[in-house]
Design a protein around this ligand. Structure first.
Ligand code: CP
Length: 315
């Protein structure tokens, strides 16, 4: 594999899930694969899980890692071509991407959506500029529209908890005080479509995601109806896509509660984290034995490791 920008870069998704779960049982098996090589990790936004799990994954493969917070440690980057750089931006992406390619063998980028300019967000200016000007493989550690490492870890978690086919999986919107991006929801949808599952998305009216991604997936506006007989409830907030970046509803009606989970088939609860307790889901849901949130976070390491392994094997 040459790069990992979205799930379609994995040539055999089902097989990759199985390989990731196998790697988890023996994480140091390929500890020499990354010998003498360096993974650079560039963050334009904060992280706990992605930063630490990807570093751990790299170390398991013998890779060295270098991490930089571009938001406050590096020069402000210019992404437009042909501009006269007499403002606050000191370095052009053309040089920055070429320079980091001298220091690293693989570069991983985190750059969230602005949520103020849909066209620019969908162009993935930061990620696509690194792809254009870097001469090394690029990994998406969550971009404006996608979080494929999270989705791969979630697929592994679903497989570990439901080895049979056709689970009922519900993606449920939940309230949040801040406008959040669509990346996790988008990649989760793309991932579930690759599984053999009954899939329902539930959210209040106005929170429809990009129809090019949801496609023909059933949208149920009644959350309790959606939860009936569910085997997995995956919860995530996102802001409005059509009224781009807006928060249309913040009330507690859509919070995940123990009583709502009773409509399900003893469903497992999933969330990518970080999660605001008693806003997105109650303490009881998060503390329940059916909550998979820590297992999901653990699987982030092996999702990143299988991706890095495939890139290293490509030479
Ligand atoms: N789920 C996830 O990507 O977590 P971080 O934002 O902490 O990396």
């Amino acid at each position: 594999m040459k790069q990992f920008l979205n799930l379609d870069d994995l040539s055999n998704f089902e097989q990759t899930i199985i390989e990731g779960i196998k790697l988890k049982k023996n994480p140091n098996k390929f500890e020499l694969l990354g010998n003498q090589k360096t993974l650079g990790m560039l963050f334009f936004n904060p992280s706990l899980r992605t930063r630490l799990s990807t570093q751990k994954a790299a170390q398991n493969l013998g890779l060295k890692t270098m991490v930089m917070n571009f938001s406050n440690e590096s020069w402000a980057l210019e992404f437009e071509d042909g501009t006269q750089m007499n403002g606050s931006k000191s370095e052009h992406i053309k040089e920055a991407a070429a320079v980091v390619s001298q220091y690293f063998d693989i570069v991983a980028i985190r750059a969230f959506a602005s949520l103020t300019n849909k066209i620019k967000d969908e162009q993935e200016i930061v990620l696509s500029s690194f792809i254009k000007y870097a001469s090394i493989p690029v990994i998406n550690m969550e971009s404006a529209t996608a979080h494929p490492l999270q989705a791969l870890a979630d697929a592994m978690t679903i497989k570990e908890n439901y080895p049979l086919n056709k689970p009922k999986i519900v993606l449920s919107w939940a309230p949040h005080p801040k406008a959040l991006p669509h990346a996790v929801g988008n990649s989760f949808i793309r991932m579930v479509k690759k599984l053999d599952a009954n899939f329902v998305i539930t959210h209040p009216k106005g929170y429809e995601l990009d129809s090019r991604i949801t496609g023909d997936t059933l949208i149920e506006y009644n959350q309790e109806n959606a939860f009936k007989n569910a085997d997995f409830v995956y919860t995530k907030n996102w802001c409005s896509y059509n009224k781009y970046g807006e928060i249309l509803k913040t009330d507690r009606d859509w919070m995940i509660t123990e009583s709502k989970m009773k409509f399900t088939n003893s469903a497992k609860f999933m969330h990518c984290l970080p999660i605001r307790r008693n806003v997105v889901a109650t303490d009881k849901v998060l503390n329940s034995p059916n909550s998979l949130i820590i297992q999901q976070a653990n699987n982030r390491t092996y999702a990143a490791q299988i991706v890095l392994k495939k890139i290293l094997e490509n030479g």
